[in-house]
Write a protein that binds this ligand. Structure first.
Ligand SMILES: Nc1ncnc2c1ncn2[C@@H]1O[C@H](COP(=O)(O)OP(=O)(O)OP(=O)(O)O)[C@@H](O)[C@H]1O
Ligand SMILES: Cc1ncc(C[n+]2csc(CCOP(=O)(O)O)c2C)c(N)n1
Ligand SMILES: [Mg+2]
Length: 325
């Protein structure tokens, strides 16, 4: 027998922190959040579905809860927002026991707290078959510093944070029945939302930004479309981790994972030349590496991948698409 619905919610309520913005947290029909005067509310939502986003035999409940929070916090980071609250919808199949349920919520709350925010509400239902998490995240920002996808201009440089392809490489190994090594597995199961970097880059004056969930090329495509510009990416400049490079040396086709694999949750942004010093300082302040990987071109039809030998190609496959996967 598992806890009944309301005992489960009472357990969540006891473990959820209350931050200064939370005027009303878990327990009423709505939560209420206090926002700094003059700031805008930013809202984002992401589903995580069993079999589509995760498999219960590949991840722990704690990591899954934490990832559900992180992927939403990553969208706030991409706009330069500061998180102020998270809402968690759960569809729980009977096979999850009390310990699994508690761990799921504990992971979510731990991740929220790591970013000085809190779980402020949600909804809990029994699911017939598949575990479902539906998360909504709220953030605030000075409206003059909110960064959108549409601000890239010809001559801007294209940058990315961290390293690319680690999560997709871990997923490839999981699919082949091989346990990925610790650092790769962690990048897949426990992505880091670049919240502090996103806020600092916004203040430094980046022109456009997005987080990489579907794959570098797909998410760059969203910036190009919104900005009505083109781009070239220098494939030799992609930032790759040591384990990724090691495996790439034995199989050059793995480069595709860094270009299109997705779930990197790194920030991809464009930088006007006069903002570069400020952006590099912002990255150094929060200890996250950033790397220039290409530039924005005026021709909106241009989408070039430049190989090590200088050959240019137009990538056909760009990333994850739920209706094409
Ligand atoms: N069912 C929907 N109803 C309304 N708006 C939606 C719906 N699905 C997506 N959107 C909106 O479309 C835009 C792009 O959504 P998308 O989910 O691709 O975001 P993303 O940040 O690129 O990817 P991710 O889902 O990995 O965070 C967002 O503004 C989002 O709010
Ligand atoms: C079991 C399993 N199969 C496939 C994947 C890969 N995957 C799922 S969703 C997604 C893009 C981001 O999602 P969204 O666009 O919904 O935010 C990717 C790369 C996975 N993580 N687990
Ligand atoms: Mg996003």
């Amino acid at each position: 027998m598992t806890l009944d619905e309301f005992s489960f919610i009472a357990q969540i309520r006891r473990t959820a922190a209350v931050t200064p913005e939370v005027a009303i947290g878990i327990g009423d029909d709505c939560a209420a959040l206090d926002l700094p005067p003059g700031e805008q509310l930013l809202v984002t939502s992401d589903l995580l579905l069993e079999g589509v986003h995760f498999r219960c035999d590949w991840t722990s409940c704690f990591d899954l809860g934490a990832k559900a929070a992180a992927v939403n916090l990553s969208d706030l980071a991409a706009m330069g927002a500061r998180p102020v609250g998270l809402v968690l919808g759960l569809g729980l199949p009977d096979r999850l026991d009390d310990a699994d349920r508690r761990e799921l919520v504990a992971g979510f709350i731990a991740e929220a707290e790591a970013f000085e925010t809190a779980l402020v509400g949600g909804d809990t239902c029994r699911a017939q078959q598949f575990l479902t998490l539906s998360v909504t995240a709220f953030g605030t920002a000075d409206p003059r510093q909110v960064v959108r996808r549409g601000g890239a201009r010809p001559g801007d440089r294209i940058f990315v944070s961290g390293t690319l392809g680690d999560s997709a490489l871990a997923l490839k190994y999981l699919g082949e029945g091989v346990s990925p090594e610790g650092s790769l597995a962690r990048r897949h199961h426990r992505p880091t939302a670049r919240v502090s970097l996103g806020r600092r880059l916004a203040a430094a004056g980046v022109s456009a930004m997005i987080d990489i969930s579907d794959g570098l090329l797909a998410d760059l495509g969203h910036i190009l479309e919104a900005s009505a510009v083109g781009a070239e990416i220098i494939s030799g400049e992609l930032p790759l981790s040591a384990p990724f490079r090691r495996d790439l040396a034995g199989n050059p086709d793995l480069l595709q994972l860094a270009l299109t694999g997705g779930e990197d949750y790194e920030l991809l942004f464009t930088l006007p030349p006069d903002r570069e010093t400020a952006a590099r300082r912002a990255a150094a302040e929060c200890g996250v590496p950033i790397r220039e990987i290409g530039r924005i071109l005026p021709d909106r039809e241009a989408f070039w991948l430049v190989a090590a030998d200088g050959a240019r190609s137009r990538p056909e496959q760009r990333g994850f698409d739920h209706f094409r996967a």
